[in-house]
Design a protein around this ligand. Structure first.
Ligand code: G6P
Length: 292
């Protein structure tokens, strides 16, 4: 996706004490990206907020912020010895040098490199760059991971997810199309199957799919969103906590689950291996569909 350079602006602001970068297009679309976790906290397109950010989210500079687009890296969920979903969402990132003059206004690139803190969890020498590109009615989030170790350091593996919290009017009426025929693993029942028809939400839902080759479509009343991801991210996770789990999550209001649906572009089933000097990239793109 090309950035939309048309008189876009980029400025620094803070949300709940956390430094953020705001991108704004000439049409009035905007995105707000926190340095904490390189986390997108807001995406307004066509005059509407498209992401869910919990009103009870914690902004203490250490905790994961509930909502927006958290990045799970270098571990997804509890599939390994690291803290749940890795450490990237718990750390402050820094702005990376802008690569091209024309990209500066409508995109932002943040960077995290290994430090004493990360090496206490994970010995890898790495650089991770997260780039957010705001277009007309679209948002692309791209992660690039680089093994910056020496040959002697050897290769390492990681798993990852762009854990996108989409805002919905009512999850009970939302439909997710495009996963028909995809292999899936139900994390709640520990059962494998193949998706038939659109995904609907009648309670807690936590499934890891083989990512479809084509686009996923979220239909929520009259609103529609197209979701695509790079082939390098071979899983799609769909999560909604439902009422009972939501009530136990301190950083969500009791009815918060009704207004959110996570559709995550992920690499989980086959961890990615990077030898010293190697680089990997993956992205998810959200695009507003015309109202029905
Ligand atoms: O509460 P968190 O640590 O942010 O995790 C939230 C959720 O993330 C993913 O969607 C997983 O599939 C879920 O099992 C997990 O509950």
């Amino acid at each position: 996706m090309r950035p939309d350079p048309a008189v876009a602006t980029r400025c620094l602001e803070s949300l709940q004490g956390q430094p953020c970068i705001r991108l704004t297009t000439a049409q009035g679309d905007s995105a707000l990206v926190a340095l904490h976790g390189a986390q997108v906290l807001s995406w307004v397109a066509g005059g509407r907020e498209r992401l869910y950010l919990s009103p009870k989210a914690v902004f203490d500079g250490r905790s994961a912020i509930r909502g927006g687009i958290p990045l799970c890296f270098p571990q997804f969920n509890q599939r390994g010895p690291l803290p749940k979903h890795g450490f990237a969402r718990n750390l402050g990132w820094r702005p990376a040098p802008a690569s091209k003059e024309g990209d500066r206004q409508s995109s932002v690139c943040l960077e995290l490199t290994d430090s004493d803190t990360t090496r206490a969890w994970w010995p890898a020498r790495f650089t991770a760059q997260l780039t957010v590109v705001l277009g007309a009615g679209s948002l692309r989030v791209q992660l690039v991971v680089h093994n910056t170790g020496n040959t002697d350091d050897g290769a390492w593996d990681f798993t990852t997810a762009l854990h996108t919290y989409l805002r919905v009017e009512d999850v009970g009426r939302a439909r997710l199309g495009g996963l028909d025929g995809c292999a899936r693993w139900d994390a709640l029942a520990d059962a494998r199957g193949v998706q038939q028809g659109p995904v609907m939400f009648l309670g807690e839902y936590d499934r890891v799919f083989s990512a479809p080759a084509g686009a996923i479509h979220l239909h929520d009343g009259a609103l529609g969103l197209q979701i695509t991801q790079s082939a390098s991210l071979s899983n799609t996770v769909v999560w909604n906590p439902g009422g009972a789990l939501c009530a136990r999550l301190a950083d969500l209001p009791t009815d918060g689950y009704r207004s959110m649906l996570c559709v995550e572009a992920a690499q989980i089933d086959r961890p990615t291996t990077l030898a010293p000097g190697q680089q990997w990239q993956g992205w998810q793109e959200l695009r507003v569909l015309p109202a029905r």
